[in-house]
Ligand binder design. Sequence first.
Ligand SMILES: *Cc1c(COP(=O)(O)O)cnc(C)c1O
Length: 388
Amino acid sequence: MNTIEKDQTYIAGTYARFPVEIVKGKGSVAFGADGKEYIDMGAGIAVNTFGYADQVYNEAVTKQLNAFQHTSNLYYSAPMADLAEALVQKSALKKVFFANSGAEANECAIKTARKWGVEHKGEGAYNIVTLLSSFHGRTVTTLSATGQEVFHKHFDPFTKGFAYTPANDIEALTSLVDDKTCAVMVEFVQGEGGVNVLDPAFVQALFALKKQKNFLVIADEVQTGNGRTGHYFAYQAFGVLPDIVTTAKGLGGGLPIGACLFGEQTADVLGKGDHGSTFGGNPVAAAGALSVVKRLNDDFLAEVKKKGEYIKERLQGAEGVVSVDGMGLMLGVQTQADAKKVVTNCINKGVLFLTAKDKIRLLPALNIPYSLLDRALAALKQAVKEEL
Ligand SMILES: *Cc1c(COP(=O)(O)O)cnc(C)c1O
């Protein structure tokens, strides 16, 4: 059996995979088992922040791997402490809990908000409001937090305590929040929900309401964090400071890690024994992540913004392109043609794109060179025309 046959025989059928097997990568180019080269505009869904086989990243990871690959959270280790310090400096929050994925980071945020609710608003103040088009993960509780109805099938009973409201509807949000609300959880740019940037007026109203009604704001920056939007975190573009920030995907640069960051009001909510993770903050993943965070300085972030504008300029007004939404290198392209068909067409042209709802989604490595962007955009424009 070849890999594709073996996969289809032995791996649970949860993924609708494209017929591409990756065997190697360098920068923003992936090499297929078929001998073809692919420009990777998805970066493993916003994970490979500096692309494949990046020298700085690989050196940081292998150095730690050769020192020690794991220790339990019963002992101290430098990569984790250094990474926490770096994240606190980037975020202006206070403390960090490390997990292994986005869903786990969100679980931590939800537990923290619930404990804060009971302690500050009283028994039963465990309700969390999320947005209808949100995505927060695949565990039973983070599925419950996810507002998209399509995720609320098959797996009853779901965790109670979540209510959903449409994005950018200030009135609906205001009427949902009450003395039993411990938190409102949002993605400042919704990823899986179709690359929707929150309306700044809605964000301002949310933080005004927070002052008035006393609840926490949780920013799910699992996809938007770590330079993706041209800001270290997307909330920084809105001039607000959430109480809890979760992140994962691009933080690890390729290895699994998640983080839940706590602000002034939440830094001391979780105490000894309240939460934990065997692998959380793994030293190899943390060493890689630290090398990622260190490289995301202001000059680099400005370059991410510039690349995003460059892409928008080249796609807006192109034949068959309806709109381009998003920030930095997190972009969603609405086309007249069917998104799935365009993506399949692009694979044949040697470019890997993602979709989000009915849009084509771009999440390339943040250091993708302009020459590859030009080739990927030319293929996309051509495919959009062909699939019209
Ligand atoms: C991907 C994603 C998650 C889930 O992360 P996993 O690492 O797959 O558990 C949660 N929230 C957002 C916004 C995401 O994009």
